[in-house]
Design a binder for this molecule. Structure first.
Ligand SMILES: CC(C)(COP(=O)(O)OP(=O)(O)OC[C@H]1O[C@@H](n2cnc3c(N)ncnc32)[C@H](O)[C@@H]1OP(=O)(O)O)[C@@H](O)C(=O)NCCC(=O)NCCS
Length: 222
C-alpha cells in the first residue's frame, strides 16, 4: 500500500503527544531496553526524557508529524554548535532517575561520532508499531529530504542496524557502527544533499548556489 500521509510541523501543544509517540515507538527496541532495563518504569522515563528533547527541538530544530500522530521525525539544526537543553542535568535526573547515567552516556558517545561540519541531525524517526510497514517511515524521509535539499545540508542520523535499509533507500550511507557498552549496536548514517536549483544557501560551509542580489541596494544597505 502506498501511503501519502499529511505531514505538518509540530506545534507547542503537540509536545506531550509527540513525546508519548516517541516513547511508544522506541519502547520495545534494544536501545530503550539498554537505556531503561526495568520494563515497569521504561515507558514513563522514555516519555519524560522525550519531553525534554521535544521541547529542545522546538527551539533548536524542528519536528514533523503525521496529522494522525502515527509518526514523528525530530531533528536539530546543527548548522553551528547548539547548547544542551536548559538545565539538562537536573531535568534528566528528575526524569530518568535512577537511569539518568545511561542517557548521559548515550549522549556522550553519539556526540563523539557526530560530524563537526554544519548538518541537520535527524535524531529520531519514529512510527508507532501498529502503523509500520505501510510506507509511513519512507514518506517521512521523502518529506525530510526535500526540505534538506532546499537548504543544501547534509543529514546525519543514528539508527538501528535493522532499520538501515529504509534510510539507505533515501540516500543515507552507513558510517562506522558504534556498540554501546554491554548494549546494542547503533548504526550512524549520513546523507549528502542533492541541492535543488535555487536552493537557499543556509550552509555557508559549502559553495553558495545563489549569486549577487538582483535588487538595487537601498540607502540603508550602502
Ligand atoms: C524504522 C521505522 C521508522 C520505519 O518505519 P516504517 O513506517 O515501518 O517504514 P516503511 O513502512 O517505510 O518501511 C519499513 C519496511 O516496510 C516495508 N514496507 C513498506 N510498505 C510496505 C507495505 N505496504 N507492505 C509491506 N511492507 C512494506 C519497506 O519496504 C520496509 O522494508 P525493509 O525494512 O525490510 O526494507 C520504524 O520501524 C520505527 O519507528 N522503528 C522504531 C524506532 C526506531 O528504531 N527508529 C530509528 C532510530 S531513532
Amino acid at each position: 500500500m502506498d501511503v501519502n500521509p499529511r505531514i505538518r510541523t509540530a506545534r507547542w501543544a503537540d509536545k506531550e503527544p509527540v513525546a508519548a509517540l516517541v516513547a511508544h515507538a522506541l519502547h520495545s527496541g534494544p536501545l530503550a531496553q539498554w537505556l531503561v532495563p526495568d520494563p515497569t518504569c521504561r515507558r514513563r522515563i522514555l516519555t519524560d526524557v522525550a519531553v525534554i528533547w521535544v521541547e529542545h527541538a522546538m527551539f533548536f530544530g524542528d519536528i514533523q508529524i503525521t496529522d494522525d500522530l502515527s509518526a514523528a521525525a525530530m531533528g536539530f539544526h546543527r548548522y553551528r554548535s547548539i547548547p544542551p537543553p536548559s538545565n539538562y542535568r537536573s531535568r534528566l535526573a528528575d526524569a530518568a532517575s535512577p537511569h539518568a547515567r545511561q542517557f548521559e552516556l548515550l549522549d556522550q558517545l553519539l556526540t563523539q561520532v557526530r560530524p563537526t561540519e554544519p548538518h541537520y541531525h535527524l535524531a529520531v524517526l519514529a512510527v508507532l508499531p501498529a502503523a509500520r510497514r505501510r510506507g509511513i517511515g519512507a514518506a517521512m524521509l521523502t518529506h525530510h529530504e526535500s526540505r534538506l535539499d532546499r537548504i543544501d545540508m547534509p543529514s546525519w542520523t543514528e539508527t538501528t542496524p535493522d532499520s538501515q535499509d529504509v534510510y539507505r533507500r533515501h540516500g543515507y550511507l552507513p558510517r562506522p557502527a558504534l556498540t554501546l557498552p554491554d548494549g546494542p549496536v547503533i548504526a550512524p548514517m549520513r546523507r549528502n544533499p542533492h541541492p535543488a536549483p535555487g536552493s537557499w544557501p543556509v550552509n555557508t560551509a559549502r559553495p553558495a548556489t545563489v549569486t549577487a542580489p538582483t535588487c538595487p541596494q537601498s540607502d540603508a544597505q550602502r
